[in-house]
Design a protein around this ligand. Structure first.
Ligand code: SF4
Length: 433
């Protein structure tokens, strides 16, 4: 079987031009990066979960689908304050059912955003958003600033499909019509391929953006900013000159901006810089979201309840307070007593004390292959692979929705999709309350 224009479900770029050869259980993907290729290999991975498992005296044992759903429903219903962690490796349709289960149970529902680019979402709430689609960047963008990210390794095809190399309508010469600036404390393959590498000190993003704004206002920043940021003022002037004099510029921000000291205030200030740059030229800010459908959860949760992540339904209505109702804080404070992890490896993403607490409380996991979270789980439900075995919707990193169709049917008789699994579980939960 030879297929074209398949969607890659591995990262936020959601490439929609993958070619797949699928014969006798062997899958060969083309037009794909290494990260995506590894994801496609899961389809025929011999370690893939083929049946539900329940932990019995420390050992995972195969059980029937009904038994596993029953046990999962029991755990969620008997918990005083469960947490549903909605991973990004599944569709918006699954997220929607997960949010409804969370509301019904009075649980907390969170997603990968909380650990990755949540502060950028919060900064955007403060300052508004001047954004563009990746297609606009491809066709118009002649300057791209990678701030706190290394797409050549984390999202390789963003550069080749949109950001740097492709020939667009007004960028006919591809790379030769574009300038690349990288702002990163580290030397990375992306910084080495850039025209200008602004190598700031770690945790000095806020000061650097403040200095750029000061220069933009026609004033000279205090000389101490050079010691704080490690960036000479002439380099800041050069960077600002490039930003003011392009035709269409964009900042692609990564976790380096949202995780350094300043957090959401960094994103807010960067957005203010972008707004002011629009007095001189066209300028936008977007986020390079490395998890596949993490933007989808933000869209669905905002659409249904008004908040993008970290929703607490304990009082019967949604509340939002990052730092209180977000996963790491809840685990650190031991404020939840059961966790349902859906299509992500949560244990791998949280600090050690949170991981240790996860090992103490009941954990249900919906996943495809073994990972640290499945080791700590009491119930494992096998996951269907979105974009390969079932249809649905992802949101790309620039918040464009992409519908996907399967090219093989679900590997399981008991469920058609992760959405179907959550619907079946929701039914069981309703029978118990
Ligand atoms: S860039 Fe991301 S979406 Fe595109 S092929 Fe690589 S992993 Fe898949």
């Amino acid at each position: 079987m030879s297929l074209k224009n398949i969607i890659c479900p591995a990262c936020g770029a959601v490439c929609d031009d993958i070619q797949v050869e699928f014969r006798a259980g062997i899958i060969e993907a083309k037009n794909i990066c290494k990260v995506g290729n590894a994801r496609f290999k899961i389809l025929a991975n011999p370690h893939r979960f083929r049946q539900p498992l329940i932990k019995d005296r420390g050992k995972l044992k195969p059980v029937s689908w009904d038994e596993a759903l029953e046990k999962a429903a029991d755990i969620l219903v008997s918990a005083k304050r469960p947490l549903l962690f909605m991973g990004s490796d599944t569709s918006c349709e699954t997220h929607k059912i997960g949010l409804k289960i969370g509301e019904y149970l009075g649980a907390v529902v969170d997603s990968n955003t909380t650990i990755g680019n949540g502060p950028i979402a919060m900064g955007t709430q403060e300052s508004g958003k001047v954004c563009a689609t990746e297609g606009q960047k491809k066709n118009r963008g002649d300057l791209i600033v990678y701030w706190g990210t290394n797409p050549l390794e984390s999202m390789p095809r963003q550069m080749s499909r949109y950001g740097v190399f492709p020939r667009g309508y007004w960028t006919r010469r591809g790379l030769f019509d574009r300038t690349v600036i990288t702002v990163d404390p580290r030397k990375t393959p992306t910084s080495e391929a850039s025209d200008l590498h602004v190598q700031l000190n770690p945790n000095s993003d806020y000061e650097l953006i403040s200095a750029l704004l000061t220069l933009l206002h026609g004033k000279t920043p205090h000389p101490s900013v050079e010691d704080i940021t490690g960036v000479p003022i002439p380099v800041m002037e050069q960077m600002l000159h490039m930003m003011k004099n392009c035709n269409f510029g964009s900042i692609s921000a990564g976790v380096g901006l949202s995780s350094s000291i300043g957090k959401h205030r960094n994103a807010e200030l960067a957005m203010n810089l972008v707004k002011e740059l629009n007095n001189y030229t066209r300028f936008t800010l977007g986020v390079l979201r490395s998890h596949c459908n993490v933007a989808g959860f933000n869209q669905i949760a905002s659409y249904m309840y008004g908040y993008p992540f970290g929703l607490d339904f304990m009082r019967g209505y949604p509340r939002y307070n990052p730092g209180e109702f977000t996963t790491v804080d809840l685990l650190r404070e031991k404020d939840v007593d059961a966790v349902f992890v859906i299509c992500t490896d949560l244990l791998n993403q949280v600090p050690a004390d949170c991981a240790a607490y996860l090992a103490e409380i009941p954990v249900i996991c919906l996943d495809t292959v073994p990972c640290p979270t499945t080791v700590a789980s009491d119930v494992i439900l096998p996951a269907v692979i979105d974009a390969m075995e079932c249809d649905g919707t992802f949101y790309r990193l620039d918040d464009v929705s992409i519908h996907f169709e399967p090219f093989v049917s679900s590997s399981f008789e008991f469920t058609k999709s992760n959405e179907d699994t959550l619907k079946q579980l929701f039914k069981k939960i309703k029978e118990k309350i």
